[in-house]
Design a protein around this ligand. Structure first.
Ligand code: ADP
Ligand code: ADP
Ligand code: MG
Length: 480
């Protein structure tokens, strides 16, 4: 592979290009009119504009991207995450045009991209599943019957769902009909597919996922877990590796289950098998994401591998030169997704101009970003600005470094999740490791965040006052 095109934008486009450059591979960026001046465009060796700002007129135009790739003699396309990354038709289009899709075969994407098809695929592999049904449900009566059997609360889920969208919790029978109609309409508008199904709603779960890699020589390895329980709107905000609750035995069981899931769909490349873990440490298969995951850096830091490099090598047909028994967890890594969102106002997107943007630097700090000072945040795409990742020998070290890094990350012009990240890192439930996917609901309020900020401001004022008096003393000494 001499030249790859990155069919994405922002931090992930740059992240992939960095590894390609390291491997001596030329890179091609694609961009929409809104991203004309974006850093990922300048980072690449070549760049092509593929259309207007809305993603369905640019980053989602598979045909157009392939056409440009052919013109520029590209041999591989890396889709990043989001956009076309889990689009089986796009992977197929690459296959047909003799361009290597850096990811699994279209067949595996099709199986795992749909949550119902995924449940079907893993059926014979003895993987623990969340109680519920593995077929589409259209009739509220049927949903009520299932709910009576498995017990309320239930979760009505879109089969084609992703990014935490298309889910409805139903606590009691009277609400089934209305919530089901909403779930179907949400799924239809968000994913163009209104299929929904019913799962038992696990009340205090942790979201723990396993990174896997499979090559074309029959090797399938797991790269341990990522704990992603701190979420808002069913979407992750803080992730870490390893999880503080897994025993070596449970880790191995979940790792082997993830490997079986990968085998069930004849997987190739990097993928993630997501599980829910209940308070009795039972784990249940949730879904498989057939792509590089947002939070992959925490795995890279604790396992010492470059996942994008391995993706590219696997796509070139090389065998993974690692053995499961050689893989070891080293240290602890934490990631905060820095979203342009207002944690004081329901995490609503906060658009504007990045009037100040200065990243923290230092040992153990990694910032994956795609923005710079002075840029406007486009309203058309996911509002994630960057990922702040810290690494330490212990969990506590990684947490303390995260707090320091948040303090040294200067962003003005938009509201961000940085103060929320600090709130999490200082909260007893998080530091003790005793939390679940309801961290935000159970512990977080804007008032608490504000109280913390006020306290900090007070301390800063006292420190300033003390320094002032000390200065006065120093000034006075020579005068006396
Ligand atoms: P991850 O699953 O990698 O931990 P997210 O759930 O946040 O992270 O998804 C990654 C990105 O992909 C986000 O930009 C999200 O909006 C987008 N995304 C994921 N799945 C879908 C989907 N099925 N349809 C549209 N966008 C999706
Ligand atoms: P997506 O494709 O949007 O990522 P997932 O099935 O991975 O959908 O679920 C996203 C999040 O929603 C999970 O991390 C978890 O917090 C919550 N969730 C999903 N299914 C259940 C369930 N059956 N019980 C409790 N929480 C769930
Ligand atoms: Mg998921």
């Amino acid at each position: 592979m001499k030249k790859i095109l990155i069919a994405n934008r922002g931090e992930i486009a740059i992240r992939v290009m960095k590894t390609a450059q390291k491997m001596g591979i030329k890179t091609v960026a694609v961009y929409s009119e809104a991203d004309r001046n974006a850093p990922h465009v300048r980072f690449a060796d070549e760049a092509v504009c593929i259309g207007e700002a809305p993603s369905n007129k640019s980053y989602l135009l598979g045909d157009k991207i392939i056409k440009e790739a052919k013109k520029l003699n590209v041999d591989g396309i890396h889709p990043g995450y989001g956009f076309l990354s889990e689009n089986a038709k796009f992977a197929e289009l690459c296959e047909k045009n003799d361009i290597i899709f850096i990811g699994p075969k279209s067949k595996s994407i099709r199986m795992m991209g749909d949550k119902l098809a995924a449940k079907e695929a893993v059926k014979d592999y003895n993987i623990p599943m969340v109680p519920g049904v593995d077929r589409a449900v259209t009739n509220p009566k049927e949903a009520s019957e299932i709910a009576r059997r498995i017990g309320f609360p239930i979760l009505i889920k879109a089969s084609a769902g992703g990014g935490g969208k298309g889910m409805r919790i139903v606590e009691k029978e009277q609400d089934v009909e209305e919530q089901m109609a909403r779930a179907i309409s949400e799924a239809t508008s968000a994913f163009g597919d209104g299929s929904v199904f019913v799962e038992k709603y696990i009340t205090s779960p942790r979201h723990i996922e396993i990174q896997i890699l499979a090559d074309s020589h029959g090797n399938v390895l797991h790269f341990f877990e990522r704990e992603c329980s701190v979420q808002r709107r069913h979407q992750k905000v803080v992730e870490e590796a390893p999880s503080s609750i897994l025993t070596p035995e449970l880790r191995e069981n979940m790792g082997q289950a993830a490997i079986k899931v990968a085998k069930s769909c004849d997987y190739l490349g990097a993928g993630t098998v997501e599980f829910l873990v209940d308070c009795n440490l039972n784990f249940y298969f949730l879904e498989m994401n057939t792509r590089l995951q947002v939070e992959h850096p925490v795995t890279e830091l604790i396992s010492g591998v470059d996942l994008v490099e391995l993706q590219i090598k696997i796509a070139r047909g090389e065998a993974i030169m690692l053995k499961q028994e050689d893989l070891k967890i080293n240290g602890h890594a934490l990631e905060l997704r820095v979203y342009a969102e207002d944690p004081m106002n329901n995490f609503l997107p906060s658009v504007g101009n990045l009037s100040t943007y200065k990243i923290p630097v230092g040992d153990g700090i990694r910032v994956d970003d795609g923005f710079e000072e002075g840029m406007d945040i486009p309203i058309y795409y996911d509002p994630m600005l960057s990922k702040l990742i810290t690494y330490g020998k212990t969990r506590d070290e990684a947490i303390q470094l995260m707090i320091k890094a948040i303090d040294n990350y200067k962003i003005e012009g938009v509201k961000t999740t940085l103060p929320f990240g600090k709130f999490v890192c200082q909260h007893e439930a998080f530091t003790s490791g005793n939390f679940d996917t309801h961290f935000v609901k159970n512990y977080y309020t804007p008032e608490k965040l504000q109280a913390g900020l006020n306290e900090e401001a007070e301390i800063a004022a006292l420190v300033a006052l003390k320094l002032y008096f000390e200065d006065q003393k120093i000034v006075r000494i020579p005068l006396n």
